[in-house]
Design a protein. Sequence first.
Length: 126
Amino acid sequence: MSGEIAVAGVTGTFSAKKAEAPKPAGPDVAGAWQINGDVVGNVIDMKCTLARDGEKVSGNCVYKDLGNSPTTGTVTGTKVVLQNHVVREQPYDLTYNGTLDATGTSMKGDIAVAGVTGTFSGTKDK
């Protein structure tokens, strides 16, 4: 943008350009993911669509046979934390703590739910 400016009887012109937002460091978690895991014999099979805004992650995961689950979380460097909710006989809050590979196309880590833990791995759709 550009224009004229007047301050205390002095006039002049100005111009400004919007700065580009800095790109987050590390691999990008945004996109479509297939995530599979196991928590004490309970299979996790979900497809997620994630967006990233700085360190914040948001999106939706669809658990096979259990439906949609709005998902939030954070990403710092290669560390990813995702949180969502599912109902399987009763409601459960799940927390996924994972690590992205250097290319940002796969991740693996631990799942915490109702006082027990399991493991998961995820692959980003190309």
